[in-house]
Design a binder for this molecule. Structure first.
Ligand SMILES: [Zn+2]
Ligand SMILES: [Zn+2]
Length: 683
């Protein structure tokens, strides 16, 4: 449908009156689309796009600039400004947008009224905005779908979430397949599904669902903003999607879900993808999803779920998070806990299919079933964690215990001493913190992960993010199902102030002793079913040949290392030491630069019209963030001054300096550099 895009318009509105253009004042929402636009221009250079307009104003003057792709010239309506820094900035911007193409910068003086491009733009303004204020149409192409939206309407589009949309399309396809199989087992014919997208914004996701998923009866594409609903309708028609297949709906998402609680009206798939916390929508969602239906939930407030604001996490998710190595998995498990407790109120329960922490957000896919008996088991599926503030060792205690003997089922409270040895840490004597509750059952369905991997292998070009999807699904598939949480390999060594052995060495020690090890889809870590008794013995043994220097007699390191290991640790390299599929790249970065959650859609103020990129925010903050980051990074490779001077440091694992020796640091820095070069070569 790309032939419908006639032009790309970039609006630039400097707010200062001087000739110097402050890049920060550009309308950044459009600038964020630069790369997308660049591709559209490149792909259609000789076909459909004839020109695009950059419009700017300086003081009382309004300047129009148009770029013609046919003769590659820039026109401006004010010749006097051609050599101004404003014009120079613009030329650079053009180059940025057009890419490395040769650009003829001939300028022509034209009166505003006689520039056809400007006229065209004015017509669009009139069409799109009755009160006559400026508006700009932005076109975006993602996979099969092109959407246009009006920047002034503040309809929200986030290109970074393409992975989320790709993944969701595949998950819904797999759900349809699986459910049709389940129906066939019951000797029933396959059924087409009904989807609700509760918060549709531009409608891009719904339109992609309509175009890319087979076996869909209807998609209800809901938004609370009238402008969004109009945009969904327009984009649906633009993409040639049947009006009966995709039905735009103006409404409060919660009300729409409450109106579909009747089993005859329920949706087979409900997608809740809000800006921020999904908690407001869960009560409606767990009721409006059909029996065995698929609930897809996004939470973009990972900072809250991952422990930065425990009080906010409690009032939103009814659970207290724990900061630390595994905070992202904790966030996933808290979200699952919240969905489960909402479902339980209506005699329903969840079965997680795939639960991921990606970039800045958490995305879970769960199936929802009705069963009063399963609801009684719910409290045994949830647990609290008791975690040591000194060394990070932890115990997990369920909220409830189920004892089954023959036909009798007893529901009991846990006896804490069965799960936690004392209120102080058994290993380092420091105090324990309690957090939770969280979901303490598997977070992925392995069979679905496997089916997903096969789907990508069969359709390697179906999505732009196939490679990343394959990596994430592979690591989710390999994750140990019955082990919540994980550690980074440097966790134990930062507690003990020893050097860090290679991950393969630690994995070998665990595998040689018969324990299971995996990584996590979140990052390269160690997830194992080995108890802490054994874990600490690995490091006690390792520390015998790599002893830490000058540990304070009150430090966790001192207490842990003062005990002799009771297990024999075998560091011989194990064949599985590098994982099951070392050749599959698993932790691919987000392809877009400076990705982030973007800004919330809304009609708040003129300020909110400007979506500022993270890079620009950094500029505005005068490099505050980069400086901070740099200095932190530097300190982690600098020997701790109090260790050097006094031979001890009271900050222990929380110290921002390194507690390693000079030699170790040098060795490590060279290793890191080598590693980076290796990574770069791979990419
Ligand atoms: Zn401890
Ligand atoms: Zn220190």
């Amino acid at each position: 449908m790309i032939h419908l895009i006639r032009k790309i318009q970039i609006q630039i509105t400097p707010t200062n009156t001087s000739n110097t253009i402050n890049l920060i004042n550009y309308n950044c929402r459009q600038l964020q689309q630069q790369k997308v636009n660049q591709n559209i221009i490149r792909n259609n250079n000789n076909n459909n796009i004839n020109n695009f307009i950059i419009r700017g104003s300086q003081g009382n003057h309004s300047l129009y600039h148009s770029y013609s792709t046919s003769n590659k010239s820039i026109k401006t309506d004010n010749n006097n400004n051609n050599n101004s820094s404003y014009f120079k900035s613009l030329k650079n911007l053009y180059k940025n947008i057009i890419g490395d193409q040769e650009m003829d910068t001939t300028t022509t003086t034209t009166a505003t009224t006689s520039t056809p491009e400007v006229d065209a733009m004015k017509v669009e303004n009139e069409n799109n905005n009755n009160n006559g204020t400026e508006s700009t149409i932005v076109s975006i192409k993602e996979n099969t779908t092109t959407i246009q939206y009006n920047s002034k309407n503040e309809v929200f589009y986030n290109p970074v979430q393409e992975f989320n949309r790709d993944l969701s399309i595949m998950m819904i396809k797999l759900f349809i397949e699986q459910r049709n199989k389940e129906l066939a087992d019951k000797k029933k014919p396959p059924k087409k599904i009904r989807i609700l997208e509760a918060l549709s914004a531009t409608g891009l996701r719904s339109i992609r669902y309509a175009k890319e998923i087979e076996g869909v009866e209807q998609i209800l594409s809901n938004d609370i903003e009238e402008a969004a609903v109009k945009s969904i309708e327009k984009n649906r028609d633009l993409n040639g999607v049947d009006a009966n297949l995709l039905v735009p709906n103006l409404g409060d998402a919660t009300m729409v879900m409450y109106q579909h609680r009747d089993p005859l009206k329920q949706f087979d798939v409900i997608d809740v993808d809000p800006y921020g916390a999904p908690s407001n929508f869960l009560d409606g969602a767990v009721q409006a999803v059909a029996e065995g239906g698929l609930l897809c939930v996004t939470a973009t407030d990972s900072a809250v779920l991952c422990g930065n604001h425990p009080e906010a996490c409690y009032h939103k998710y009814s659970s207290v998070p724990l900061k630390g190595d595994f905070c992202h998995e904790m966030g996933i498990r808290i979200l699952l806990h919240t969905i489960e407790t909402h479902a339980n109120r209506y005699k329903r329960h969840i079965v997680p299919v795939l639960s991921l922490s990606i970039d800045f957000y958490i995305r879970v896919f769960v199936r929802v079933y009705t069963s009063a008996l399963e609801c009684k088991r719910s409290f045994s599926k949830l647990a609290n964690i008791y975690s040591c503030v000194g060394c990070g060792s932890y115990n997990i205690a369920p909220l409830g215990i189920i004892e089954e003997e023959g036909r009798s089922i007893k529901y009991k409270l846990p006896i804490l001493s069965k799960f936690v040895d004392s209120t102080n840490c058994k290993y380092c004597t420091k105090l324990l913190q309690v957090a939770g509750p969280f979901w303490n059952r598997p977070i992925h369905d392995k069979e679905v992960c496997k089916a997903g991997l096969k789907h990508i292998e069969d359709h390697p070009n179906a999505f732009n993010t196939c490679k990343r999807m394959f990596g994430v699904l592979t690591s989710a598939y390999e994750e140990l199902a019955d082990v919540p949480f994980y550690f980074r390999s440097d966790h134990f060594t930062s507690v003990l102030h020893t050097s860090t052995p290679p991950v393969a060495t630690i994995r070998s020690a665990l595998l040689n002793a018969g324990y299971k090890v995996s990584s996590s889809h979140v990052q390269a870590v160690i997830k194992t079913n080995a108890p802490f008794d054994f874990m600490w013995d690995i490091w006690r043994t390792y520390a015998k040949t790599n002893p830490p220097k000058n540990t304070s007699p009150t430090s966790p390191a001192h207490f842990i290392l003062s005990k002799e290991p009771t297990h024999k640790i075998d560091f011989t390299m194990h064949p599985q030491a590098h994982g099951e599929t070392p050749s599959v790249p698993k932790y691919l970065p987000n392809p877009k630069e400076n990705w982030g959650p973007g800004s919330r859609a809304g009609k708040k103020s003129a300020e909110s019209h400007e979506m500022v990129t993270i890079a620009q925010k950094r500029k505005m903050n005068q490099g505050k963030y980069t400086k901070d980051k740099k200095s932190r990074k530097d300190f982690s490779h600098v020997q701790c001054p109090s260790m050097v001077n006094k031979g001890e440091c009271t900050k222990g694992g929380n110290c921002r300096y390194s507690h390693k020796t000079k030699e170790e640091l040098e060795k490590e820095n060279t290793a890191t550099e080598l590693n980076q070069t290796e990574q770069e070569n791979k990419v």
